[in-house]
Design a protein around this ligand. Sequence first.
Ligand code: FUB
Length: 450
Amino acid sequence: MKKLLCISICLLSVGARAQNPIIHNQFTADPTARVFNDKVYLFPSHDIHAPAGQRQDWFCMEDYHVFSSENLTDWTDHGIILSQENVPWGKPDGYSMWAPDCVVKDGKYYFYYPNAPKSGRGFAIGVAIAEHPEGPYTPEKEPIKGVSGIDPCVLIDDDGAAYLYWSGMGIRGGRLKDNMIELRDGSQVMEGLPEGFKEGPFAFKREGRYYLTFPWVRKENGTETLAYAMSDSPLGPWQFKGIFMAEHDNQCWTNHHSFVQYKGEWYLFYHRNHYLPKMDKRRSACIEKVSFNADGTIQEVKQTLRGVGHTLATDKIELDRYSYVSNDVAIDFNDSTDTFKGWNATLTNKGSWLRYDNVDFSGISNGYLAIKVKADANTILTIRENSSGGKVIAELAINVEASSYDLKGQWTILIYAIENMPKSLTNLCVVCEGQEVSIDWMQFKAAPLP
Ligand code: FUB
């Protein structure tokens, strides 16, 4: 395998990305995922940098977007579905459009959202209604009476009865009337939940059992875990079952989540502050797979960078979103002044490796590999199947010193012919066989060398 040429970045198309976080051009907190019409729709809140005059160190949200996906990897942004200026009862400059939810009933989509009311303090919860999940949504003139708080979630039971849950002086719930915009019989505190701060309820039903899941601070001065309780009835009483996701391993104080079943698998959507690690009020949605035990309890979910789904070999494979890695690999932002430009991985030593799982090579014939790398000295990478000792797919001699180009220390796209293109779903392991080297992405092409 030999290096053939280096080309400019713009020759390669930008492919989809499948990794955490899942939306790459804006912050997306409090992700509620729902399946409508065989697609997953994502209704997050939309953290923004606070404009002048607003508290700079606090949550700041002025509108909602909706996104959809058929494979959990390629997400379409359908744009803004509701802005604070358009909420008849809301403060037009409240910047308080916190965690939302959306459900469908009798062909209408009901979008539930908290907001700061024009008069009074705290939060109210409003409803906006649409004919399609993408909108347009028309907000009701008044918020839901008898509800004061944040983080609405609606569960529609098998018999069509709908229940609203929210967070306000504990987690509360109440049945909605058939019109979906009023409480039928008032509300009650959900009983059986543990002591400690709780918010962000997400309720769902699986195999006849009700789940009430919620962010929970389990220890003094702690940050939020994700925890749950189960019941035989939609409004409890609940039996506390423990946590299913531990605290973030950095100082991101909040977590907020939803569960969805799609194409036979269960997924957990949650958030953390990937794109702004120094500040925890600008968050980004992530996904992991979830498994249940035979008794219905939830297996603990670990946070990953790889996330879920398959990455097409012909898309850009962002190796810094690895599945597994040796502990001498360093991850850095490509541009610390614009973190939405993503990350790169540096394999610091001979023997450093990272593994990226579930790359789909089906139907791809031999062709070439393009890889964006940076090195200060000549080095070698091998691309292997499954592990650092696995079958070699390609050996890449990275010659930054010996050429008419001066490539030392510069990001460069190098191209290599591939004669043993894998044929199916493959876990790729990239191994440093020489000096330190940084990698931004790689991409396979079933085409003759350019
Ligand atoms: O996004 C603002 C608030 O942070 C949410 O309403 C809470 O659940 C927490 O995620």
